[in-house]
Design a protein around this ligand. Structure first.
Ligand SMILES: *Cc1c(COP(=O)(O)O)cnc(C)c1O
Length: 442
């Protein structure tokens, strides 16, 4: 491929020499140019040559209300004039208090304590440590194992990798990772012929029960991505699984950790995915969309029951975990501005209409002979493409850029996880051009 000849080629070269990009085999960039983004507005990203790209993946699932959203910008500008940061040990500030109270009021009842981290993986670490430490403080030191679903993804630090079941991310680091068991995923694509998604979810819950029956004495917690396993290729499943998981975790004395880092903040149609199963987990993890995609922040919400097990005179019984930027005021303020938009614009209802509209106009994709398992939950769409190209994801990404789309398939699974402000015209453009790309690659 020919390198882009433009004012940015200097920036691209310097990036390749000085920046080690994430989730990237850097050698690929010998042939695949980086894209240098100069600015963003709404659902669009603009490069230095004035080309634009529709951000159909919300910049790795974080952006909710568009780039450079005027309301979030205004809140941050205001906060910058007041307080950029203060340590959260021994000190507090208004944004972190307001955010904790608002989340307590919005989340399933009983999750009244917010612990702060810096990103999704740190929220996973916090929840795993807090769960195991809870059992230790309760005199059950043998409860130190965790279980997760097959194909689970909970982040890529070492503790989070121990409950992540994506071989590519794990294999090189296997020797460093604690071995935890997985239980069958209720991913409805794996249902038997003629079996409903609900029946399959119940069958998988039976497997969970068998595992818990045998091993509950050594298990601290079961961690799940409610309703959609994102990194597994947007694997969607029936909410009855979560209902049963909640009952079984209670029955066997195991914590339920709901990792809503990707699926929280309205992504599945309700503010929190757990609401669709009417359950309250013992830990609820938030990150990604919580700041509208502006700043890194994560939150672990938990119960009085967990909180009380740490409340004592001895320091060592307290929860021992800290990050320098814990509860950063700017990030909390961005989160408050994001929650304001949800409330003022009645976003969840508006999204229901948007999703219905997109389902109508994407009919040609759903019915395309080379498209399989077309599925939708809330503001997430995904399908598999029957393609002869082993490097489909790479080709699709490149063809997408040529057609003003940022598409980032996982294998032959193409998905859309758009910002909620995507307009009807932008949705139509997305469908039309995706059909073009599929025609070129099948
Ligand atoms: C992205 C993600 C994480 C990790 O978050 P980071 O901020 O990337 O560390 C954890 N769990 C789920 C479900 C995610 O989608």
């Amino acid at each position: 491929m020919i390198p882009r000849m433009s004012a940015t080629s200097d920036l691209l070269d310097r990036s390749l020499s000085a920046v080690w990009h994430p989730c990237t085999q850097m050698k690929r960039h010998e042939t695949l140019p980086l894209v240098a983004i100069a600015r963003g507005e709404g659902a669009w990203l603009y490069d230095f040559d004035g080309n634009r790209y529709l951000d159909t993946v919300s910049s790795w699932w974080v952006n909710l209300f568009g780039h450079c959203n005027p309301r979030i910008n205004a809140a941050l500008t205001d906060q910058l004039g007041k307080l950029e940061h203060v340590m959260l040990a021994g000190f507090t500030h208004e944004p972190v208090v307001l955010l904790s109270e608002r989340l307590r009021d919005l989340a399933p009842a009983g999750l009244g304590h917010c612990f702060y981290g810096s990103d999704g993986a740190s929220a996973t670490e916090i929840a795993l440590k807090m769960s195991a430490h809870f059992w230790r403080n309760s005199g059950k030191t043998q409860k130190s194992q965790f279980i997760s679903l097959q194909n689970s993804y909970h982040g890529e630090t070492l503790g989070a990798l121990s409950v992540t079941d994506v071989a590519l991310f794990r294999d090189a680091y296997g020797g460093l990772i604690k071995q935890n068991a997985t239980v069958p995923s209720p991913d409805s694509r794996a249902a038997a012929a003629g079996e409903s998604a609900e029946d399959f979810a119940l069958r998988c819950a039976t497997a969970l029960e068998t595992h818990l029956q045998q091993h509950h004495a050594s298990i601290a917690a079961f961690i799940v991505e409610p309703l959609v396993q994102g990194a597994a290729g947007m694997a969607m499943y029936h909410p009855v699984y979560l209902k049963r998981a909640r009952e079984l975790c209670t029955k066997y004395g195991v914590h339920l950790i709901a990792d809503e880092i990707a699926v929280g903040m309205g992504r599945t149609g309700t503010l929190f995915a757990c609401e669709q199963a009417a359950i309250r987990p013992d830990f609820l993890l938030l990150s990604k969309g919580i700041t509208g995609g502006y700043l890194p922040l994560s939150i672990v919400m938990t119960t009085d029951d967990v909180y009380r097990a740490f409340y004592a005179d001895e320091t060592a019984r307290g929860f021992l975990h800290s990050h320098s930027y814990t509860g950063n005021p700017l990030a909390c303020r961005a989160a408050l501005a994001t929650l304001d938009i949800f409330a003022r614009d009645d976003v969840l209802n508006a999204n229901r209409d948007k999703a219905a509209f997109f389902n109508r106009i994407s009919q040609p994709l759903r019915e395309h002979p080379k498209v399989g398992n077309f599925r939708n939950t809330g503001m997430i769409w995904a399908f598999e493409v029957d393609t002869p190209h082993a490097d489909f994801a790479q080709r699709c990404f490149s063809l997408g850029l040529q057609r003003e789309l940022l598409l980032r398939p996982m294998g032959n699974t193409l998905y859309f996880m758009p910002p909620y402000i995507m307009s009807a015209d932008e949705m139509q453009l997305l469908v039309t051009r995706t059909l073009d790309i599929i025609a070129a690659l099948t």
